[in-house]
Design a protein around this ligand. Structure first.
Ligand code: 26Y
Length: 836
């Protein structure tokens, strides 16, 4: 067996060719005569997959033998993007595949474009999970990701009539998915609804004797699909286990025999519904029953899997926290806390207190937002119906917790009200964030300023109660493999050439050695050449794939100004487009001489709005209206100076194209609202500069690159925001004339019928400017002028660009996961033994 297996793992040219041809015939049932590009991609993908699976099996065997503490990363979202190129690069097989296929007359690199994105996530949080899996694998950590295998990923966005977002289903599994392994042998039952029965002593839910029996009324099955994740420059291949819901039986025999065929099919449908679609909300909960079902389905299956692995070790329950660490990616999987308590108490007969102490030592919780409207709360009534036993357990957790608070702060009922996991009101609600805090040993924010706000504002009472140690910061990071090496091979090659090795791909702090060359004439030229190449390539994409209404190609000599991210009021795309209008009006009135001094700009927007988020959709409409008018301005000279592009359907794959092409990118959230941001890191890593507020990771990026002299900062500080909001609301300070003029221009109909926008704009200039656009506006165009001035001096600009990139070492996801391992999980790398 071993010898034959070694043979199968060989990646010399002829083995790759044999594997490829074999897949063309026996996996695809095709021949060289009817093999199109997609077929070639599929055969290549299956061949790469074979390699992946060998290493993956070895890794899992090695983990089982070494039996270290493992960490489980629980996330309702994994925004993976494409896989094939990332795999061959991480396994160092790109050249081998390229050569093998070239000999057969095929260009391996052109096949990458055939792959559809795996887009099982909304934005930053989902992509972070994907980056962390890459880093965990690269550093050989014994980790496992858990998620849901949605049949439909994030919707496809198209722009209708040149202005409105419309959503189309993303049926990404249409042609089967070579990057997963169906595990029909790994399946667990998951129950819903039903009733709770007291234990034999009849004391369900009572302190000291809380065991009870839950009899669910409905069962579905969770079936495992495994997605292998190769590390870079190591043989470790980790796993993301995604659950798919299936009916428990193919059909209900009794109803089938009763002739109720339709009913039995309906039951199957209902079961499959659970994992059918990713909720397209980012930072605003939908509150739908199906979403709660997804969350419970997810944690129920995951915990059965984790506990089955633990039970094979034959250890006492007291050992659980020494073998299992569970990281909650936001509150979405926080029912896992309740489920573990239920299983320990009801199914394994542990005492409540003993079980609860174990639960708290197992879980840790990452918070990704302080926006109050983004915090998950579930109605008690809904929870009671869907998960009656869990609801009782939550009440008990809350009871014991509030008793302990009362002991510390006797008689402070106001404090109890504030800290209660149950929010009282006309409808009782479960505050999932509080549940996550109480059930975890550590809570972390995702950038320093964010973690400070988490500690001092969002969970202030809890920090006071538990002490500051429970609340830590782990600044986000990104994988330099995908976000520099794969996305920008030109820059990667240049850096490797200059540093003399590609060690920086595993130790990103190596980039700091680039600082020494920031003024080097030759290096600067090559650096600029890379950026130019990438801008030309994006311009080409826009020409080919974006509806530009015959406006002609964008000028790749112009400054590319990019804002790509989910559309949200707090991210202030509205302020950006109002700034564009301001600039447009200024150019319109400028003399020919003044115009000679203006730096030409292309403003590039991209991002999806949650389908039910009216204001976000309105912002997309406004951006496109402004775009249509500016790009069609009769003044040809003006059109050379300003251009607007909306790239539809922003995705991981598009990000890989757009980010390397940016000169400046916008991270302009109201200070204190963007937890971290991660695209800011990606842009800077690719030599783009930032314009931004002192928010999220912007603050730390500025520090690491050498201060705000190397980035363009503006706007109110987080500490000032509360006061400013009150000022705006109650005192109505003078609105800056430039801002008034922009609003008037839109209201006058210069960008088409203004009626859809009037409300949104009027709110800004009356008392509804919650995100302080009118307050930050004057300083925003000013910051843009500093950008123009800097760009005119190309040497200076290039130096800044190099220095920015050189300072990015800290923002590698490798550093982030090492921080988690040390500060939260207490796990160590478990590298594969050297192969014999
Ligand atoms: C409750 C449900 C509707 C929900 C679904 C998705 C709530 C939030 C989200 C997604 C949140 C998200 O992506 N947050 C982002 O996380 C990034 C990674 O930490 C941060 O960089 C970014 O600032 C934050 O907005």
């Amino acid at each position: 067996w071993n010898k034959i297996r070694k043979d199968c793992e060989s990646v010399d040219t002829s083995s790759i060719q044999r594997s490829f041809v074999n897949h063309v015939y026996s996996t695809l049932a095709r021949t060289p005569y009817n093999l199109d590009e997609f077929g070639a991609y599929q055969a290549a993908a299956h061949s790469v997959r074979d390699q992946l699976i060998h290493k993956w099996i070895s890794t899992q065997q090695h983990f089982t033998r070494s039996n270290p503490k493992r960490v489980y990363y629980l996330s309702l979202e994994f925004l993976m993007g494409r896989t094939m190129q990332n795999c061959v690069i991480n396994m160092d097989m790109e050249e081998a595949y390229s050569k093998a296929l070239r000999e057969m007359g095929l260009a391996f690199e052109t096949l990458y474009d055939q792959e559809t994105d795996a887009a099982l996530g909304n934005g930053g949080l989902g992509r972070l999970a994907a980056c962390y899996m890459d880093s965990l694998a690269t550093l050989d950590y014994p980790a496992l990701g858990y998620g849901l295998r949605y049949t439909y990923g994030i919707f496809e966005q198209r722009i209708r009539n040149g202005e409105d977002q419309v959503e189309y289903p993303d049926y990404w599994l249409r042609f089967t998915n070579p990057w997963e392994v169906a595990r029909v042998d790994v399946a667990y039952p998951v129950g819903f609804y039903g009733s709770v029965h007291n234990d034999s002593a009849g004391r369900a839910g009572q302190p000291g004797q809380p065991a009870a029996r839950w009899e669910p009324a409905e069962f579905v099955q969770a079936v495992a699909y495994d997605v292998p994740i190769p590390g870079y420059d190591t043989d470790t291949v980790l796993n993301i286990r995604l659950w798919s819901s299936k009916p428990q039986r193919q059909f209900d025999l009794s109803s089938f025999n009763d002739g109720e065929y339709e009913k039995s099919v309906a039951e199957k449908q209902r079961a499959e519904n659970i994992t059918s679609v990713l909720y397209p909300n980012d930072n605003t909960p939908a509150g739908k029953e199906l979403r709660l079902k997804q969350q419970y389905f997810f944690v129920c299956a995951t915990l059965q899997d984790i506990l089955r692995r633990f039970s094979k070790l034959n250890l006492p329950w007291s050992e659980l926290p020494n073998k299992v660490g569970i990281q909650l990616n936001d509150t979405h999987p926080s029912l896992g806390i309740v489920e573990l308590q239920r299983v320990l108490v009801d199914e394994h007969g542990l005492e409540w207190d003993i079980a609860w102490a174990l639960v708290q030592r197992v879980y840790a919780y990452t918070n990704h937002t302080v926006l109050p409207e983004a915090l998950e709360c579930w109605p008690v009534s809904l929870m009671e119906r869907l998960l009656p036993r869990h609801m009782r357990i939550i009440f008990d957790i809350n009871l014991y917790f509030l008793r302990s608070v009362e002991q510390r702060f006797p008689g402070d009922y106001e404090r109890l009200r504030r800290m209660s996991i149950i929010e009282e009101g006309h409808q009782q609600m479960v505050r999932m964030a509080y549940l996550a805090v109480v059930g975890s040993h550590t809570v972390n924010g995702v950038a320093r300023i964010h973690s400070d706000l988490v500690r001092s504002k969002l969970f202030r009472d809890f920090a006071e109660f538990y002490g500051d140690d429970k609340f830590v910061n782990i600044t986000n990071g990104i994988t330099p493999r995908r976000w520099l090496h794969v996305a920008n091979p030109q820059l990667s090659a240049l850096i490797t050439k200059r540093l003399g090795s590609n060690r920086w791909l595993k130790d990103l702090t190596e980039l700091s050695r680039l600082k020494a060359f920031a003024d080097d004439e030759d290096f600067q030229q090559e650096w600029r050449q890379v950026k130019r190449t990438r801008k030309e390539s994006l311009a080409e994409y826009i020409q080919k794939h974006v509806d530009t209404a015959g406006e002609g190609p964008v000028n790749s000599e112009a400054l590319f100004d990019v804002q790509v991210k989910r559309i949200h009021e707090y991210k202030r795309q509205l302020m950006n487009i109002l700034g564009v209008v301001h600039r447009y009006l200024r150019i319109k009135e400028a003399s020919a001489e003044e115009r000679r001094d203006i730096v030409p700009r292309v403003f590039i927007f991209g991002g999806k709005a949650a389908p039910g988020y009216h204001t976000a959709k309105l912002i997309i409409k406004l951006i496109n209206r402004v775009k249509n008018v500016i790009n069609a301005d009769p003044d040809a000279e003006l059109r050379k100076l300003i251009r607007v592009v909306y790239i539809p359907n922003y995705s991981v794959t598009l990000a890989e194209r757009i980010i390397p092409a940016s000169d400046i990118s916008e991270h302009i959230s109201t200070a204190g609202t963007e937890a971290s941001g991660t695209s800011n890191m990606k842009f800077v890593l690719n030599g783009g500069l930032l314009i931004g507020t002192r928010d999220g990771a912007n603050v730390e990026i500025a520090e690491h690159i050498g201060g705000w002299d190397l980035a363009f900062e503006f706007g109110a500080k987080a500490e000032e925001v509360d006061d400013l909001r009150n000022k705006v609301r109650y005192l109505r300070p003078e609105i800056h004339p430039a801002f008034r003029r922009v609003v008037e221009a839109i209201k006058s109909g210069q960008f088409g019928d203004s009626s859809p926008f009037v409300n949104m704009l009027d709110r800004l200039v009356s008392d509804g400017d919650y995100y302080l656009i009118t307050v930050d506006f004057p300083s925003y165009p000013e910051a843009q002028e500093r950008v123009d001035a800097a760009y005119k001096d190309q040497k200076k600009w290039t130096r800044m660009s190099i220095e920015n990139c050189a300072g990015m070492g800290f923002f590698s996801a490798d550093r982030s996961v090492q921080d988690y391992a040390k500060k939260i999980w207490g796990i160590n790398p478990c590298p594969p033994p050297p192969s014999k």
